[in-house]
Design a protein. Structure first.
Length: 77
């Protein structure tokens, strides 16, 4: 059950990152999607989605590795 919950916790940022990449790609090809009034807003939203999801994923991995003692000395609290 714990592994399934961890999978779900990581699935949401993964979907968010994929959506962020799609928003930025569509902006690059000048394809404006429905909820966005301007291309620059679509790109900023995509970059924000990608950044937040990568930040969450990296923090999750760092927390897990700290618990297992698999980090370098500079990352130990």
């Amino acid at each position: 059950m714990a592994r399934f919950l961890a999978f779900l916790v990581l699935l949401i940022p993964g979907i968010m990152a994929a959506a962020g990449i799609k928003f930025m790609r569509d902006t690059l090809f000048a394809d404006l999607l429905a909820p966005f009034p301007a291309l620059w807003l679509q790109f900023i939203t995509g970059a924000l989605f990608l950044t937040v999801s990568l930040w969450f994923f990296a923090g999750f991995l760092l927390h897990r590795d700290r618990k297992r003692g698999k980090v370098q000395k500079r990352f130990v609290k």
